[in-house]
Design a protein around this ligand. Structure first.
Ligand code: PMP
Length: 461
C-alpha cells in the first residue's frame, strides 16, 4: 500500500481523497471531478496548500481557530495530557483533573450564574444535550407538557438529528425526515432579504414579536425554551436591526421559558466580549459552546448551565452521555486555549483594537458597486451582493450563483471567504494583525472586482 504524505503530487492526493473520503455539505461527484484543495500546514492566520500557495484564512477554519494556527502551548498541553492520561470517562463516579480545571475556568469566564458544564464532542452534540436537558428540566418541575423549543428559520444549530431540527435550514430538513417533533421555527431578523418596505427598526420589532405570538399560539404551558445564535453565523452573518434583541429580551423576561444562547460561533471573544449574548444584552439559562473553546485544536463542545437548571437536573438521574464527555486531552487543550485568551488579552484586543479597525475597512466595502449592505459585529462580517443596491434586488440567476463565483475568485486570490447564498462572509482568527486585515480586504476587493466582471460577462447583472 502507498504511504500517503504531504509530498505526494497534488493530483494523486486528490484522486485518493475522491476515492475514499466523503466530504460534509458537498456534492461528492462534482468535487471528485474538480479535486479538493489539499491543505498541508498553517501558521498564524495563514494556511498553506500542497501547491505551496499561502492563503489568508478569513474564516478561522470553520469559525473556530480563534487564537490562530501553530500554537506550541496547545501542542504541549495535548502531548502532556496524552502521556499522563489519554482517556478516561466521567460516567461512573470518576472524574479527572482536566475536567475539573476546565469546568472551573468556564464558570469563571461565563457570565452570571452559568456555573456548571455538561461536555460533548461538538456543538451539535451539545445542542442534542440541550433538547433533552430542557425537556427533562420541565418534567422534573412537574410541567411535562413544556416540550416545544422555539428556534428560527435559517438558524444553524448542528447536523445531528436534534441539532439539524433546531436549525432552520430548509435544505437540511428536506433530507432524512426532519425536524423531530416539538420544534417550532419563527422567521429570522434578516432585513436585507426579507424586510420589504419596512424600515429596519420596524422589521426588527415585527420579527421579535413573532416570538411572543408563537408563545401565545403554542401555549406557554407547552413551550420549554427559545434557542438563538446571538448573531446568526452559518445563515450568513445576519446582524439584526437594533430593535430586535431588546424586544426579544422583554418577551423572554415575561414568559416562563428557558433561554439557550448558541455560542458555538459567538463565544470566546468573536463578538468583542467573551460571549455573544453579552454583546446583544441578555443572559441565557444555557449556553452551547464548541469551536473557539479549544480554538479547533481538539473536538470539544458543551452546555454551560445556570445554578437553577443544574439544581433541577442534579436531582434526577440524567440518562445522557457521550464516550468523549470531557475528554481529558480535549479538556486540557481547551483550558490552555482559554489561558492564552486571558493572558494575551485577546478579547480586549478584539474589542478595543482589531474589530474597530476591521469594521472601518469592512463597512467601506459597501461602496463597491456589487455590494449592498456590509455588516459586522466584532470579528464576524458579511456583505450582501446585489445588482441594484437601492431596491436590494437579486441577481437573474439561482440564489448563490453569484456568491459562488465570488467565492471562487477569493479562492483563486488566496483568500478564504465563504458564501452563503449571495452573501459573502468572514470570521478570521481573532489574533489577525492590522497589516493582515489590509491584505484580507485588498484580496476581497480584487475578488469582488473579478467576480463582478464574470457576472456581467455571464449576463447575470
Ligand atoms: N451551533 C452553531 C451556531 C454552529 O455554527 C455550529 C457549527 N457551525 C454548530 C452549532 C454545530 O457545531 P459542530 O459542527 O461542532 O457540531
Amino acid at each position: 500500500m502507498t504511504i500517503i504524505t504531504n509530498h505526494m503530487p497534488t493530483a494523486e492526493l486528490q484522486k485518493l481523497d475522491a476515492a475514499h473520503h466523503m466530504h460534509p455539505f458537498s456534492t461528492q461527484n462534482e468535487l471528485a471531478a474538480k479535486g479538493a484543495r489539499v491543505i498541508t500546514s498553517a501558521d498564524g492566520v495563514w494556511i498553506q496548500d500542497s501547491e505551496g500557495n499561502k492563503i489568508i484564512d478569513g474564516m478561522a477554519g470553520l469559525w473556530c481557530v480563534n487564537v490562530g494556527y501553530g500554537r506550541d502551548r496547545l501542542v504541549q498541553a495535548a502531548a502532556r495530557q496524552m502521556a499522563e492520561l489519554p482517556y478516561y470517562n466521567t460516567f461512573f463516579m470518576t472524574t479527572h483533573v482536566p475536567a475539573i480545571a476546565l469546568s472551573q475556568k468556564l464558570a469563571e469566564v461565563a457570565p452570571g450564574d452559568l456555573n456548571h458544564v455538561f461536555y460533548a464532542g461538538s456543538g451539535s452534540e451539545a445542542n442534542d444535550t440541550n433538547i433533552r436537558m430542557v425537556r427533562t428540566y420541565w418534567a422534573e418541575k412537574g410541567k411535562p407538557t413544556k416540550k416545544i423549543i422555539i428556534s428560527r428559520k435559517n438558524a444553524y444549530h448542528g447536523s445531528t438529528l436534534g441539532g439539524a431540527s433546531l436549525g432552520g435550514m430548509g435544505g437540511m430538513h428536506a433530507q432524512g425526515g426532519l425536524p423531530i417533533p416539538d420544534v417550532y421555527h419563527i422567521d429570522q431578523p434578516n432585513w436585507w432579504a426579507e424586510g420589504g418596505d419596512m424600515s429596519p427598526e420596524e422589521f426588527g420589532l415585527e420579527r421579535a414579536r413573532q416570538l411572543e405570538q408563537a408563545i401565545h399560539d403554542l401555549g406557554e404551558d407547552n413551550v420549554a425554551a427559545f434557542i438563538a445564535e446571538p448573531v446568526q453565523g452559518a445563515g450568513g452573518v445576519i446582524v439584526p436591526p437594533e430593535t430586535y434583541w431588546p424586544e426579544i429580551k422583554r418577551i423572554c423576561d415575561k414568559y416562563e421559558i428557558l433561554l439557550i444562547a448558541d455560542e458555538v460561533i459567538c463565544g470566546f471573544g468573536r463578538t468583542g466580549n467573551w460571549f455573544g449574548s453579552e454583546t446583544v444584552g441578555w443572559t441565557p439559562d444555557i449556553m452551547t459552546i464548541a469551536k473557539g473553546l479549544s480554538s479547533g485544536y481538539q473536538p470539544i463542545g458543551g452546555s454551560i448551565v445556570n445554578d437553577e437548571v443544574a439544581s433541577v437536573i442534579g436531582a434526577c438521574e440524567f440518562n445522557h452521555g457521550y464516550t468523549y464527555n470531557a475528554h481529558p486531552v480535549a479538556a486540557a487543550v481547551a483550558l490552555e486555549n482559554i489561558n492564552i485568551l486571558q493572558e494575551e488579552k485577546v478579547v480586549e484586543y478584539v474589542r478595543d483594537d482589531i474589530a474597530p479597525y476591521l469594521k472601518q475597512k469592512w463597512e467601506a466595502l459597501a461602496d463597491h458597486p456589487m455590494v449592498g449592505e456590509a455588516k459586522i459585529v466584532g470579528m464576524m462580517g458579511s456583505i450582501a451582493l446585489t445588482p441594484h443596491k437601492e431596491s436590494r434586488a437579486k441577481f437573474a440567476a439561482d440564489a448563490g450563483s453569484v456568491g459562488y463565483i465570488c467565492r471562487e475568485r477569493c479562492f483563486a486570490n488566496n483568500l478564504i471567504m465563504r458564501h452563503v447564498g449571495d452573501r459573502m462572509i468572514i470570521s478570521p482568527p481573532l489574533v489577525i494583525t492590522r497589516a493582515e486585515v489590509d491584505v484580507l480586504i485588498e484580496r476581497a476587493v480584487k475578488s469582488l472586482d473579478e467576480g463582478m466582471a464574470r457576472v456581467k460577462d455571464a449576463g447575470l447583472w
